[in-house]
Design a protein around this ligand. Structure first.
Ligand code: ZN
Length: 471
């Protein structure tokens, strides 16, 4: 039987269409999903959208839309993203899905409650009547709401359900220290351990339905609606069939790929919930950084938010995927620039890879091949590249692959098979190109598959132009 491999992205909040930061996350996860599939694993790759919460409720109202229609529209933007970026996800989970998602959330809530870890507590907080919600210190400037500076902030008392996360604090810390719940790269592990050194606090798990009218109702309490934690984090279980028996095939997740702002919830609250329920913990949380655009932080007010759906109207999925995989060190912030995308496409994909493939294909079409000992391919360190991909070092892996593509181009230059008609040299090049294409399958699946098909064929020909130069 094949080993299973369960990988997830976070589920973005369906309050708008996707931006380039999430495109980075889903492409990184897709590379790992494809890589593990190629290596014989039984992969399940899950993504989806987080659709409840007061913000969606209010934005929908503002736009004069039914809330469900509003989240349907935004969720379809994320589904479209999986299509235009050629993402190989096995399912797409939505938190408003009452058949696939709600039963698992309700079941998990009931288990946490039965285990004595959900309790009711009075809570006093700053309430903005303009926002119709509790606001945190972050939302306030000189005691006034950022969005409603003319309204008074009132202290309001509310009774909510809380989850006893503090009970699991030491256990979670211990599991992270021992890498049983692995956080990578290691600076994120150390950062999180520093953040929780004084222990984890209990977290609020529900809101009064007058405050949060759009969410999953708390079992046996008509007044309360679940807050985001139990609702959204549980997608990782419901996405593989929890609470039936089916989820056991894939759970625990092998990788929860998350952005750095999501680490606290995935390494703190989520493990606490799983420990309470007696469920195994995810094995590893790889944490990626954020993107700036042309050196600036992305923001609506600067008008520099990059939409990957718009990019996909101009560029191929492979051009976008390649620039995201090639340009960033996993775990660190990086800068996205459309001009760099174009440069990489033209200089690396078109000039180096595309030219090699077309040239060698044409030479084989004319001269044929003859099996010889392959000296060229010895320069390709497949094991090293595999380890780099498995270790999320996609930029370095591509660097190695393209170093070898340079070697192949030099080989053609030096051996001059157009003069010598050396079928042995062409055999070496053919086998080398096939290896390169196989290694590129997780990164640029569409073009790499074309190369594999072209060079596995009985009669190899020059073929079509793989990467047309972008002006
Ligand atoms: Zn307000």
């Amino acid at each position: 039987m094949k080993d299973k491999f369960y990988i997830t992205t976070t589920i973005p909040y369906a309050n708008a269409f996707p931006h380039i930061g999430f495109a980075l996350e889903i492409v990184q996860a897709d590379i790992l999903a494809r890589w593990n599939r190629m290596n014989g694993k039984d992969v399940f790759f899950l993504t989806g959208t987080d659709e409840h919460g007061v913000k969606n409720f209010q934005t929908a109202k503002k736009e004069g839309l039914d809330v469900q229609d509003f989240v349907d529209r935004n969720s379809s933007g994320f589904r479209e993203l999986t299509r235009v970026l050629n993402i190989s996800n096995d399912d797409f989970i939505r938190t408003t899905d009452k058949e696939k998602h709600w039963p698992g959330v309700l079941a998990l809530w009931n288990i946490l409650k039965a285990n004595g870890d959900i309790y009711k507590k009075k809570y006093t907080g700053n309430y903005c009547s303009g926002c119709e919600r509790f606001v945190t210190d972050k939302d306030l400037v000189e005691g006034k709401c950022l969005d409603h500076p003319n309204l008074e902030i009132h202290q309001i008392e509310e009774e909510n359900y809380f989850f006893k996360l503090s009970k699991y604090s030491d256990q979670i810390k211990d599991l992270i220290v021992k890498d049983e719940l692995k956080i990578t790269p290691v600076h994120w592990k150390n950062g999180f351990l520093a953040l929780i050194k004084d222990g984890l606090q209990d977290v609020s798990f529900s809101r009064h339905k007058s405050v949060l009218p759009w969410g999953i109702p708390v079992p046996e309490d008509d007044e309360q609606v679940m807050y985001v934690w139990c609702d959204a984090l549980t997608n990782y279980l419901t996405g593989v069939g929890y609470p039936g028996e089916k989820y056991k095939k894939y759970w625990p997740a092998d990788l929860h790929v998350v952005g750095k702002d999501m680490l606290r919830f995935h390494a703190g609250i989520w493990p606490g919930m799983l420990l309470s329920a007696g469920l195994p913990l995810p094995k590893e949380i790889p944490v990626h950084g954020f993107l700036t655009v042309d050196g600036k932080k992305m923001s609506k007010s600067l008008g520099n938010v990059v939409s990957p759906l718009d990019l996909a109207k101009k560029y191929s999925s492979d051009a976008i995927r390649y620039s995201l995989a090639r340009g960033f060190v996993f775990g660190q912030d990086g800068d996205f620039s459309e001009s760099v995308l174009v440069e990489r496409h033209n200089n690396e994909l078109a000039d180096k890879l595309g030219n090699l493939v077309a040239r060698v294909g044409g030479l084989i079409e004319k001269n044929g091949i003859e099996k010889v000992e392959n000296n060229l391919i010895k320069k390709l360190d497949k094991e090293k590249i595999g380890n780099l991909i498995g270790g999320f070092e996609f930029d370095k892996a591509l660097n190695e692959i393209f170093k070898f593509i340079d070697d192949c181009n030099f080989y053609v230059q030096n051996k001059k098979p157009w003069e010598t008609k050396d079928k042995g040299v062409l055999f070496e090049l053919k086998e080398s190109i096939l290896e390169v294409a196989n290694l590129l399958l997780p990164f640029i699946p569409e073009s790499a598959q074309k190369i594999v098909d072209q060079f596995n064929s009985e009669s190899i020909v020059k073929g079509e132009i793989l990467f047309k130069k972008i002006e």
